[in-house]
Ligand binder design. Structure first.
Ligand code: FES
Length: 108
């Protein structure tokens, strides 16, 4: 039985201003939640290079830069621009009122 399907609130809109990102947690899984000029995106928080925390990185447009060694990922597609075969899983996000919600269960 799937008693936890739908969307869960992970932040308030004002918690993540445009051009910023932060780490959020859902059921023990960490995500990098990003506000790309008013559109919210979320990707797996774990950088595929060496496990750096993407949510603590910098967001520039649609690109988030890992704080450890600078690998960048497009938070809309998950792809690394320098090598699109390397990617981070993306998570569906929606805004309901002031709530930023991600689709669960997560399928990372
Ligand atoms: S761990 Fe992210 S760039 Fe190295």
């Amino acid at each position: 039985m799937d008693s936890y399907a739908g969307y869960v609130t992970v932040a308030q809109v004002e918690d993540v201003p445009p051009g910023t990102c932060r780490t959020v947690e859902v059921d023990g899984i960490f995500l990098a939640l990003c506000n790309v000029d008013g559109t919210f995106r979320a990707v797996d928080n774990t950088c595929p290079h060496a496990g750096g925390p993407l949510g603590e990185g910098c967001l520039e447009g649609e690109l988030i830069e890992c704080p450890w060694h600078g690998w960048r990922f497009n938070v809309r597609t998950g792809e690394r621009p320098e090598n699109p075969e390397i990617r981070v899983p993306c998570v569906e996000v929606r805004v309901e009122g002031t709530n930023v919600q991600v689709k669960v269960p997560l399928t990372l």
